[in-house]
Design a protein around this ligand. Sequence first.
Ligand code: FPP
Ligand code: MG
Ligand code: MG
Length: 293
Amino acid sequence: MPFVTEAARHVIAAGGKRFRPLLVILASALGTPRSAEDLTRAALVMELTHVASLYHDDVMDEADMRRGAPSANSVWDNSVAILVGDYLFARASDIVADLGVDFVRLQARTFSRLVQGQIAETLGPAEDQDAVGAYLAVVADKTGSLIASSAMFGGMVAGLPADQIEALAGFGEELGVVFQLSDDIIDITSESTGKTPGTDLREGVATLPTLMLADYDDAESRDLLRLVEGDLTDDATLAETLRRLREHEVIEKARAEVARRAEVARAHLAVLPEGMAREALSELCDTVVTRSV
Ligand code: FPP
Ligand code: MG
Ligand code: MG
C-alpha cells in the first residue's frame, strides 16, 4: 500500500547514524562473512527493528521530532505511528527468516527485552528498588539488547566460534549502555540532536544526570532536583531547568561515568582476533563517549 510505504520510509529517509548496521558489518569483519547478501540482511534487520522501535517510542514519549524531522506521530497520528512500527518489525522478521533459526531466535529474544525495558521504564522502580540500578537495568534492556544483538549478528554471519560471539555479546551490551547514557546526557546538553532537547525531563523519565543529582546535598542541587522532579510541561520552566542542569557539575560526573563504562566495553574485545576490525570496534568506544548527536 503506497501510504504504508511512504510512512515507513519517513524516519528512515530522515537520516540517523546507522550505528547498529555499522556494528554488524564491523563485527563480521573479524572473520569472513558467509555472503554479501546475508551480511546485508543482518544489517538491515537490526536497523529496521531499531526504526520500528523509534516509531513506537515517539508515541510513548510524545516526541515531536526524530532525526531532525517531524516524528511520524506528529506528521500523521499515534495510530499510524504504532501500525507503521508494527509493519517495519514485520518486514524485519521476514528478512531474518532467510538467515536461519538462530538469528530468528535471537531477534525474538531481543524484541522481548526491548519491550520489557520499555515497560520497566514506564512503571518506574519498585519501592524497594535502587533507582540507579533500576535505571541501568532499563538501559540494558531497551538499548543494550539490540546493540549486543547487532554485534552478535555480525559474528554469526561470519561463523565466529561461540566464545567470540559471547565476547561480542558482552561488548555490544556494554557499548549499548554507554550509547544510551551518552544519549541521556545529550538530551540535556545539546540543541542539535535532531530531537527536542529535554524530552526525557519533560516526560519525567529518570536519566543518569538527574539520578546522580540526588547524591548532592547543597541547597542549589536540592532546589534543582525539586525542579527536575516537578511539572516540566511548561516550556519556560523546562528551559530554565535545562539551563541550570547544564551548568551543574553533575554533567561532568555523568560524563566521567560514561568514559569509565566505555573501558569496561573495550575490555571485552581482548579475546577477539587482533587486526583492523578489532581496532575499529575499539574506536567505536571512543566515538560513543565523545558523540554529541
Ligand atoms: C529509545 O529510548 C527507545 C528504545 C531504545 C527502545 C524502544 C522499544 C520499544 C518501543 C519496544 C517496541 C519495539 C519494537 C521493535 C516495535 P529513548 O526514548 O530514551 O531515546 P530517544 O532519545 O532516542 O527518544
Ligand atoms: Mg524517546
Ligand atoms: Mg523513550
